[in-house]
Design a protein around this ligand. Structure first.
Ligand code: TTP
Ligand code: MG
Length: 429
């Protein structure tokens, strides 16, 4: 999508190449997909709405929630009244004030938004069997077989509004992609179902890069071929797209026609990888907390780098400790928010290690990430996370060229270069 969000490699070849065979196989048996129904639930101006929920006097006013340091702050979320002035997610504070001098700016209170988000997601998970949390304020629900999706969605919408006092929009469609587009075009406070037979009529006029998963770059490439709208994608011969874009070309057409492809299809089928992990024996047994932290960071970097290389993120962390006396202990935990940066892996791993460590000298630590999903191209990110993301991708790039750990975090200076790191069985490096 072309909405000024942070895109993380939507069009990157990595995962596509890696999954080509896998995809081809799944699509060849997909001639007659059984009809499915998905609902996308997305909060309107989420961060702002959380503030309005506790300060009703802000309702109907131009309001922005700001992340980042004062001088370099950006507006992460802006009320629909503020959007009329041209303020969007990512607009710097100084510019937002220029565009709308009366805008009310509130510093972000992430803990509050995370709490409200989790409460809403908990409600959805209790009510439905198949819920897929897509970002802090979005979730897909598979409601295939539901007789009256609009009635159900109306109930969900009014429950969330009443209970959490946050406005939302629900899109319903035969695929996640169409549900998401139905949601986007009916925001704010909307509800829309697009049936398979209505796609062309309701969405045909939209630009190709309005399709989630098609970034601006691919949009430009398609436009260069004379394919500007979703209707054009319906008309164009599939082989022409495949010749130009490989299997991704087929995905673009499938998505336009109401089938989930690429990242979205993967979520249904599960991933070939179950986990990515590393373990390493220390040069000497240790009880030193600083040394343990350093090695955990080192392992987190190894795991994170491979996650990012395969364009994956994970929901769970598994940690293993082997003591000098060869006894061992392990612990794992799943989290509601996915992660893929070295620092997020490290933070979680240390948190778990602290829960099991029992003071005996440690010989080996293992860290693995499980609950893998394709890295979401449009994951909403906090400003704090974004710095980590940028750092990781920059370091990865340099280390891809010059070798692992050529550039490293300060804590890792002095750690010998990678040796004897054995990837778990069956996992590609
Ligand atoms: P969105 O759902 O993209 O935006 P929104 O809820 O503010 O507005 P809309 O009505 O269009 O859905 O993102 C959810 C929250 O995530 C948003 O309130 C703020 C945060 N966010 C960021 O921190 N950085 C970003 O780049 C984006 C897009 C969102
Ligand atoms: Mg939202």
């Amino acid at each position: 999508m072309n909405s000024g969000r942070i895109e993380l490699g939507t069009d990157s070849m990595g995962i596509c190449e890696y999954l080509d065979n896998f995809q081809q196989e799944s699509f060849s048996s997909d001639k007659n997909p059984k009809s499915r129904t998905f609902m996308l639930i997305d909060m309107d101006a989420f961060f702002v709405s959380c503030e309005v929920a506790v300060r009703p006097e802000l309702k109907g006013k131009p309001v922005g929630v700001v992340t980042g340091a004062q001088r370099h702050g950006v507006v992460a979320s802006v009320s629909y009244e503020g959007r009329k002035y041209g303020i969007k997610a990512g607009t710097p504070v100084y510019k937002a004030k220029d565009l709308c001098p009366e805008i009310i700016l509130i510093p972000a209170d992430i803990a509050k938004y995370a709490y409200i988000s989790e409460s809403i997601m908990e409600y959805l998970k209790e009510k439905f069997k198949k819920v897929e949390v897509f970002s802090i304020d979005e979730a897909f629900v598979d409601i295939t077989g539901e007789k009256d999706p609009l009635k159900l969605a109306t109930e969900v919408k009014s429950y969330i509004k009443r209970t959490f006092r946050v406005p939302l929009t629900i899109g319903i469609g035969p695929s996640r992609v169409i549900a998401k587009m139905a949601c986007e075009i009916s925001k704010p406070d909307g509800l829309m179902q697009i049936k398979a037979e209505e796609i062309l009529q309701k969405l045909g006029h939209l630009e190709v890069d309005e399709i989630p998963g098609i970034g601006q770059r691919t949009g430009d490439a398609l436009r260069n071929m004379g394919i500007r709208t979703i209707r054009d994608l319906w008309v164009i011969d599939e082989d022409t797209l495949i010749r130009r874009f490989g299997i991704r070309g087929k995905w673009y057409k499938d998505m336009a026609m109401g089938k989930d492809a690429g990242f979205f299809t993967l979520l249904d089928q599960g991933l070939p990888l179950k986990s990515i992990g590393h373990s390493e024996t220390f040069p000497r047994d240790t009880m030193d907390p600083e040394e343990i932290k350093t090695y955990t960071l080192y392992l987190s970097e190894k795991v994170g780098r491979r996650l990012r290389k395969h364009e994956l993120m994970g929901y769970g962390i598994w940690v293993y400790l082997r003591y000098a006396d060869f006894t061992g202990d392990s612990i794992s935990r799943k989290f509601t928010k996915p992660f893929f940066t070295t620092s997020e892996i490290y933070r979680r791993a240390i948190f778990l290690i602290q829960k099991i460590i029992d003071g005996k000298p440690i010989r080996l630590i293992g860290v693995a990430v499980f609950g893998l999903k394709p890295l979401k191209p449009q994951l909403s990110l906090f400003e704090e996370d974004l710095r980590d993301v940028r750092l990781d991708f920059a370091l990865d790039k340099i280390n891809d060229i010059y070798g692992d750990f050529t550039v490293r975090r300060a804590r890792l200076v002095g750690i010998p270069a990678v040796h004897h790191v054995i990837p778990p069985r069956g996992i590609p490096r």
